[in-house]
Design a protein around this ligand. Structure first.
Ligand SMILES: [Zn+2]
Length: 125
């Protein structure tokens, strides 16, 4: 995975956003290596960085989304397999220091972020 794949619309990035996105890219790439699977990049089915305007279109209830900081990715997960893998392997979640949104809140997607929250598998809002 590359930083460009996580910013497909080529939004301009602050230094902090770029650094966050670089770190997210690094961890997701290591995760891909570990599971031996490359996440497919399909615009529209895969989301990383969002500008505030992008975010408000997607979900106006979460203007402070970690997507806007370059700290989150949504992986298309129609069958919930990625999510289930993470639930079954909490050691991996901790190893990569991931925080995962509970799937009932993002059906069809697996939202992984590197911005810490209180729980590894968290409820948004
Ligand atoms: Zn997300």
């Amino acid at each position: 995975m590359t930083i460009d794949q996580l910013n497909p619309n080529k939004r301009s990035l602050s230094d902090v956003q770029r650094a966050n996105l670089t770190e997210l890219t690094r961890r997701i790439s290591l995760f891909e290596e570990l599971i031996g699977y490359k996440f497919h990049f399909n615009p529209g089915t895969f989301y990383g960085f969002r500008s505030l305007a992008d975010q408000l279109k997607v979900n106006s209830k979460s203007p402070k989304s970690s997507h806007c900081e370059g700290m989150a990715v949504d992986l298309a997960d129609p069958k919930g397999e990625i999510y289930q893998f993470l639930i079954d392997n909490p050691d991996i979640v901790i190893k990569f220091d991931f925080y995962v949104e509970r799937k009932d809140y993002t059906p069809g997607w697996c939202h992984i972020q590197i911005r810490p929250t209180k729980r590894r598998f968290f409820i948004p809002y």
